[in-house]
Design a protein around this ligand. Structure first.
Ligand SMILES: Cc1ncc(COP(=O)(O)O)c(C=O)c1O
Length: 421
């Protein structure tokens, strides 16, 4: 029995406002007290609280060395430097991600080279990596996109074969498991944003994690001059005192204190988010044209805190219905959604025509010994990503009555898509 869609004046499938389940970050009295204590002591620029946070975070993640940064962008830049990405080098990175997975290469004299994404995972497609490897490739950036773990079993052997470092960008995936093990523990080094919108939210903060003592010390040497007493490697100790990057990447201790108290609450929150988000997708199993963006249930892999949660859109199953029209109709039913995710980076002018440092040619070319610019169609999935996925409500609490309504909004539009054609 066809139902009249709300865009055509029918009754809304999701009349209840879901905002109470969506609100984020959650700040408790414990968080406030932790921050106030630092504020009252005036100890914002120290490192003692930050070091405690690093230890606790490392114990949670399962990594011996953690180094907090003022934000995720800085932590990723330090990770790139740690991996010896330098003048003329290339970093392989998925085209569809936030710019800070790769753009800091420019500041190191290097450049990103983009790789296509897989249409089901929205992460780097391992089958597309080797095509872009050159003698100047130094590292692969594995971005666990929108909570989904990258296919590390495929990526790691490629890196090993070509002697490349693997950097994990865990900004979307704190607590995500890949085959039973936390992401951020697979590569040579991991770095992540912990800014307020992320599933692990510690205001403005970034974290770097590694098992490798030398990489850890390189990251310290790069942006943490006040911690140079921790350097032991003779390749670095002669330069102690000045940050090699000429940058100051220390975390603000207000953020570190918040990070400590958020960490204590994090696993319970992730468990609740997972209950809610899996419940949402379980309600939509088998609905035409839309699919869950989550690993198979029996894989041991999870979506962590489901940051920036997405659904996969398959227009061909809905008679070719344009994703904009689909999303517009879902919004009219009372659930928030919009098409696409991060725009493909390889077509952006900053990666093609921008001379940032006055080389007299685009930085992307100046920082390489060849023209690494990539034709739009050379990464077809990323190029078309706007039509492949849509945002879904990010539930932090599992109120099944409200989630039933929200899921009904998506189901009603998908099952009545014919009305929109
Ligand atoms: C994938 C990814 N990497 C890096 C960053 C940069 O982190 P920050 O904003 O903390 O600098 C973000 C987002 O903020 C991100 O989404």
């Amino acid at each position: 029995m066809p139902e009249k869609l709300a865009v055509f004046g029918g009754p809304k499938a999701a009349p209840t406002d879901p905002q109470a389940l969506i609100a984020w970050p959650l700040i408790t009295r414990e968080d406030e007290e932790a921050v106030l204590e630092v504020l009252r002591s005036g100890n914002m620029s120290g490192t003692d609280i930050t070091k405690r946070f690093e230890q606790e975070f490392g114990a949670w993640l399962g990594m011996p060395h953690c180094l907090a940064h003022c934000n995720g962008t800085a932590a990723l830049q330090a990770a790139m430097f740690a991996c010896e990405l330098g003048v003329g080098d290339e970093l392989l990175c998925p085209s569809m991600t936030y710019w800070a997975s790769s753009l800091q290469t420019y500041a190191l004299g290097a450049t990103p080279v983009f790789v296509d994404i897989h249409p089901d995972t929205l992460c780097i497609d391992p089958a597309g990596i080797e095509r872009w490897i050159s003698p100047r490739t130094r590292a692969i950036m594995a971005v666990h996109y929108a909570g989904y773990p990258c296919d590390m079993d495929a990526i790691l052997p490629i890196a090993e074969k070509h002697n490349l470092k693997v950097i994990e960008d865990v900004s979307h995936a704190h607590g995500t498991l890949y085959k039973g093990r936390k992401v951020g523990t697979f590569g040579h080094v991991a770095a992540m944003s912990c800014m307020s919108a992320k599933s692990f939210a510690a205001s403005e903060l970034g974290m770097l994690a590694t098992r490798d003592q030398y990489l850890y010390e390189r990251a310290i040497a790069y942006g943490h001059y006040e911690r140079h007493d921790d350097l032991t490697d003779p390749r670095l100790t002669p330069f102690a005192g000045y940050p090699l990057g000429g940058v100051k990447f220390r975390a603000n201790q207000l953020a570190s204190a918040l990070g400590r108290s958020q960490l204590r609450q994090y696993d319970a929150r992730v468990a609740e988010i997972q209950r809610a988000m899996n419940y949402f997708w379980d309600r939509l199993e088998g609905v035409p044209g839309i699919q869950a963006h989550r690993p198979p249930k029996d894989s041991g892999s999870t979506m962590g805190g489901w940051y920036a949660a997405k659904g996969l859109y398959r227009a061909e199953a809905l008679g070719g219905l344009a994703i904009e029209r689909f999303c517009e109709a879902v919004r009219a039913e009372g659930a928030d959604t919009s098409p696409g995710a991060n725009k493909p980076m390889h077509i952006h002018p900053v990666l093609n025509g921008c001379d940032i440092y006055g080389h007299g040619k685009p930085t992307r070319i100046a920082n390489s010994d060849r023209d690494v610019r990539q034709a739009p169609e050379s990464l077809p999935v990323a190029l078309n990503s706007y039509n492949l996925c849509f945002s879904i409500p990010w539930f932090k609490r599992c109120d099944t009555a409200i989630i039933d309504e929200q899921a009904a909004a998506f189901r009603k539009v998908a099952e009545n898509a014919g009305q929109l054609l």
